[in-house]
Design a protein around this ligand. Sequence first.
Ligand code: DX5
Ligand code: ZN
Length: 217
Amino acid sequence: MIKVAPSILSADFANLQRDVQLAEKAGADSIHIDVMDGQFVPNLSFGMKTVADLRPVTSLTLDCHLMIVEPEHFVEQFAKAGADLIGVHVESTRHIYHVLQLIKQAGAKAEVVVNPGTPLSMISEVLPLVDQVLIMTVNPGFGGQHFLEPMPAKIKALAAIKQEHGYDFDIQVDGGINATTVKQCYDAGATVAVAGSFVFDSSDPAARIQDIKVATN
Ligand code: DX5
Ligand code: ZN
């Protein structure tokens, strides 16, 4: 069964505590927090204070997906705010190896993220360092987009590399995930699914979290 990380980008920003606690009660495995700077992606969202304020209201892993340029300037602050896992895009920094080292030194788990158009060869050297790899299944920036159909092949290729080298990182997918697309990702080797609009644009978010789990059972 796949692990589920609801993305609060589609939650009610005036009721984040309520929505996070609802997700926790419904069996979510972590909370996905999308951080956007208006530069790396054409949207704005949360910052460190959101993470700090959510830290005491849930015992779930806080998974921060940084869509910001030069994340090296912020990873320590996110770790201090209470992020358990910090994801940085390989396209967002000149020094991906260094940023991942900084995340680990700060005491958080480290994740490298690849955009749909970025080949896996861009991250091969950092795979021994990471706890999780995030394969974007949409172009980052917004919730509610359509799943990109060629991405399961990329997940499969990463799963093969993982097996060949005996790596034990999780493979997360993010974008356009619903009860149908999650199955394709899971069958290809994904171990964690982010879901935003599928969960929070529903009148019954808890049922949607279960739908994703059941689809991969
Ligand atoms: C997009 C974000 C996603 C977003 C996913 O840039 O990284 O986490 O919340 O939203 P859905 O699940 O609606 O595609
Ligand atoms: Zn995300």
